[in-house]
Design a binder for this molecule. Structure first.
Ligand code: BGC
Length: 737
């Protein structure tokens, strides 16, 4: 059984090793290369660099055989035999795909997030990976930005809870714990605030928003032990994040005490030139190092910024001691991960871990717990089990690749349960289930990252849209119920997938309207990870199923037929119209607060669905909101309690949410801020009392007036309920003396 190594032991080992290293070998240790195994000529070049001792880490090698093979080159062919650190984007699973991260955030269940990432970590470690470039903890308030899918949405409190939980899941009890990997929260910092929602564009964030909104999830991740941080691509307030010393050193290390290593985003050190910040690649290396970057990820081949460092030492521009700091951090990570004890993995054992049935169970449960029911008029759901016929319609209903979502590269499509397959497996022989694709979804599968990789570029099944829509309508007409599965395909969301429209891609809207026109009861399942504009089209039931992962279809079938009850809640505000963006619940009061709902002349400014919203097959009522004190001293904690009753007919979960509002003080504060939540199971008819603490952590904020964290003596309003419009309210004072 491995155990945590002591700092003294690690230091002694690394001191001795560094004593033997040349400056070139040191620069190699802090350089990480992509290895696209399916692009052989690139792969060969990278492996030659490795054998020459010019590469300390690799990414994008996700299987045990190749990892062992490459590790052998590092151990047996390089002068000092230092093993490679293998990193990968294990964003929501390796072989077993969990629902995408925004989905898990919608479960409002941090324990589930932890469990899901511990499954991902076990699979990753089993194949020889040491480190996941996750979680992404960027706050996203603009759904045009495709990477909204990778985070926890708009809110820093929910975001911090999900960030910490995922770090615990990936890393386990300590860095190097068996079955776990290093967790690398990203992209530090402010990447989600890309102007116009355009991926990679600059972010201009006030200090108020930085400290109160964008940084807290990073801080929570670091407090949870995250041993790596990835610097962001974009310019933050004019200074590229990867060359931003204030961010990577003053905040991260000096203020927060971060002890791990910092990696750039892919090619981001070289990008300091692209940004017009560094003069040339050598300058980029110097400035990234000086800012606090330890490891350079994926430089363009032959343009590694860190490879220029030995020359810069020769020219007296940087000292070897400065380079040693970064080298030491990378080597320490290798020691902690046990690489010098045993750098190899057992291939057979890896396959056993990847196919563990328990992992699939977690994936199914996670998909069930993340679905968000947005409408269910006349209790259309759950569907009765004795239906004669169900029409399953839509281009996403039977698409394995889309069901798992982006950032899953190693899954086997045959292991993925689509919605159609899930429904077919669920119903009895008496129910006929027919399928019509309807329309073709634009785009291919997977991302440009595998551009050269034909194996990954499966074209989509194509239908003639006009004929397809007619077939779908004919099918709907002869069925009892229609389950329509629409949304965005795998490449329409994620990195480099910003959109200037929230419409359903392709002719899906037309398909939907034609099917609705049949008058049959329609359940619309949205496979999407951002709020879409459905143009007011009405279906009796509407449920967000996200990209639900390997077992998505099985989970959806359980939800449709009542073997699972939806309990997820939106982790973002759903606007009525793209023109409202950015729209989030934690706004400041405006000049005319009473007009807040009507600030556009053409339509209300209220959202279509508020943050925190989600229905159930049960009904919940809230009563007896009470506070343990009407006034507290600064620094003290009071307790908020509320009674929650399930007045429905089935057992179900409710996410009880607590919001506060500070009435006045050193800064004007948002009308509401989430400061507590708990997902609780309630049997039909059951009442439970739920309590939340409100103390200094919840009541203080960073104020631009004093440029520090303050806890004002003021009055706070408290709101408790099932979403961010909760109207059960009370108030208390924070009083000095
Ligand atoms: C993304 C990162 C990712 C890296 C490696 C970059 O383009 O921004 O999130 O970890 O690629 O795949």
């Amino acid at each position: 059984m491995s155990k945590e190594k002591s700092d003294v032991e690690i230091k002694a080992f690394v001191d001795e090793l560094m004593g033997k290293m040349t400056l070139e070998e040191k620069a190699g240790q802090i350089t990480q290369y992509f290895n696209f195994l399916r692009v052989p000529e690139e792969s060969r070049r990278v492996e030659a660099e490795l054998a020459a001792g010019r590469c300390g880490s690799m990414l994008f090698v996700p299987n045990a055989e190749d990892i062992n093979r490459l590790q052998k080159i590092a151990v047996e062919q390089t002068r000092l035999g230092i093993p490679l650190l293998f990193g990968y984007d294990v964003i929501h699973g390796l072989r077993t795909a969990m629902p995408v991260p925004i989905a898990v955030a919608a479960s409002w269940d941090p324990d589930l997030a932890e469990e899901g990432q511990s499954v991902a970590a076990a699979e990753a470690r089993a194949v020889g990976l040491h480190w996941s470039f996750a979680p992404m903890v960027d706050i996203a308030r603009d759904p045009r930005w495709g990477r909204i899918i990778e985070g926890a949405g708009e809110d820093p409190y929910l975001g911090a809870a999900m960030a910490a939980a995922q770090v615990r899941g990936f890393q386990g009890a300590y860095v190097g714990a068996p079955d776990h990997v290093i967790s690398g929260p990203k992209h530090f910092a402010g990447y989600g605030a890309a102007i116009g929602g355009r991926d990679y564009d600059e972010a201009n964030i006030s200090d108020n928003e930085l400290w109160n909104v964008y940084l807290p999830p990073f801080k929570a991740a670091i407090d949870a032990g995250a041993y790596n941080i990835m610097s962001a691509y974009m310019g933050l307030n004019g200074v590229p994040a990867t060359g931003n010393k204030w961010l990577l050193s003053d905040v991260l290390r000096d203020t927060w005490g971060f002890k791990g290593f910092v990696v750039t985003d892919a090619g981001a050190a070289y990008d300091l030139c692209t940004h017009g910040y560094a003069a040339d690649v050598a300058d980029a290396g110097l400035r990234a190092l000086d800012a606090g970057v330890d490891l350079e990820m994926a430089p363009p081949f032959g343009e590694s910024a860190y490879r220029t460092l030995p020359q810069s030492v020769a020219e007296g521009k940087v000292s070897e001691a400065d380079i040693d700091i970064a080298v030491r951090r990378v080597l320490e990570a290798k020691v902690r991960m046990g690489l010098f004890d045993n750098p190899y993995v057992d291939v057979k054992e890896a396959e056993a871990v990847l196919t563990r049935p328990a992992h699939r169970d977690t994936a199914r449960r996670a998909a069930e717990r993340s679905a968000v029911l947005l409408r269910n008029d006349g209790d259309l759901l759950p569907l009765p089990r004795d239906l004669a016929s169900i029409a399953v319609i839509g281009p996403l209903a039977d698409s394995a690749r889309d069901t798992v979502g982006p950032w899953i590269f190693e899954q086997d499509d045959s292991e993925t349960v689509t919605v159609l397959a899930g429904i077919r497996a669920k119903v009895g022989a008496a129910t006929r289930v027919d399928y019509a694709q309807g329309v073709t979804l634009p785009g291919r599968y997977f991302k440009s990252i595998f551009e050269n990789d034909e194996h990954k570029q499966t074209p989509r099944p194509i239908v003639d849209d006009t004929i397809g829509i007619q077939r779908a309508v004919d099918l709907a007409r002869k069925s009892d119920v229609v389950v329509l599965v629409l949304g965005e395909g795998q490449v329409q969301i994620g990195e480099h997938a910003s959109r200037s429209s929230l419409d359903l891609p392709g002719r899906q809207q037309e398909l939907m309207d034609a099917v609705i026109g049949t008058g049959k009861p329609v359940v619309l399942l949205l496979m999407a990870a951002r709020p879409l504009d459905l143009k007011g089209s009405y279906t009796r039931a509407l449920m967000g199923i996200w990209y639900p992962g390997s077992q998505g279809g099985a989970a959806v079938a359980n939800l449709l037929f009542g073997d699972a009850v939806p309990g997820g809640k939106l982790p973002y505000t759903w606007p009525r119209n793209i023109g409202q963006i950015p729209l989030h619940y934690a706004q400041l009061k405006s000049h005319k607060p009473d007009w807040a709902a009507e600030r556009y002349w053409n339509e209300p400014n209220s959202p279509l669905y508020p943050f925190g919203y989600g229905l159930s097959y049960a009904r919940f009522s809230y009563a007896n909101l009470r506070l343990s004190a009407s006034a507290i001293a600064p620094g003290a904690t009071l307790t908020v309690s509320v009674d929650v009753t399930n007045s429905g007919k089935v057992g179900a979960d409710e996410v009880v949410q607590l919001y506060i509002h500070q009435r006045h003080g050193s800064s004007a504060r948002p009308v509401r801020l989430l400061k507590g939540f708990r997902r609780i199971p309630l049997a039909a008819g059951e009442t439970q009392t739920v309590s939340f603490p409100l103390g200094p952590d919840e009541l203080s904020h960073w104020s631009a007036a004093s440029r520090s964290v303050v806890l004002d003596a003021t009055t706070f309003d408290v709101f408790v309920g099932g979403d961010s419009t909760a109207d059960l309210t009370a108030s208390f004072d924070v009083r000095k003396g």
